[in-house]
Design a protein around this ligand. Sequence first.
Ligand SMILES: [Zn+2]
Length: 132
Amino acid sequence: MGDHGRGLNASRLPGEVSPFRAGLACRCPRCGRGPLFAGFLSVVPRCAVCGLDLREQDSGDGPVAFIVLIVGFLVVGAALLVEVRWGWPLALHLVVWLPLAAALCLVLMRPFKATLVALQYRHRRETLGGEV
Ligand SMILES: [Zn+2]
């Protein structure tokens, strides 16, 4: 009865940073203050603020899979809608949608990778050597 209503926050410790907040800000998953990236997508080996070892954090292709699905849905849906309504020439479609798709992928890459790293830290911290 005491656990009633804990839901998704059951494994969250007091004062712990939300993985989504840390991910959107591209910050350390433990303290939420140190920058997560050294460059565009390279994860820093250690948090500059709290010293968390981030060398084992690897989100692999996870962010790309989500981004391809989301951007593909948005861009292809918009291209189909424009084609049906206004019948753009093929060259105009290419000039508009390809750069837009590339830009959206690049914009979403850092926050998605940071969010997946933060979620991995939160749910696998015991196996990665992080403190609870
Ligand atoms: Zn930190």
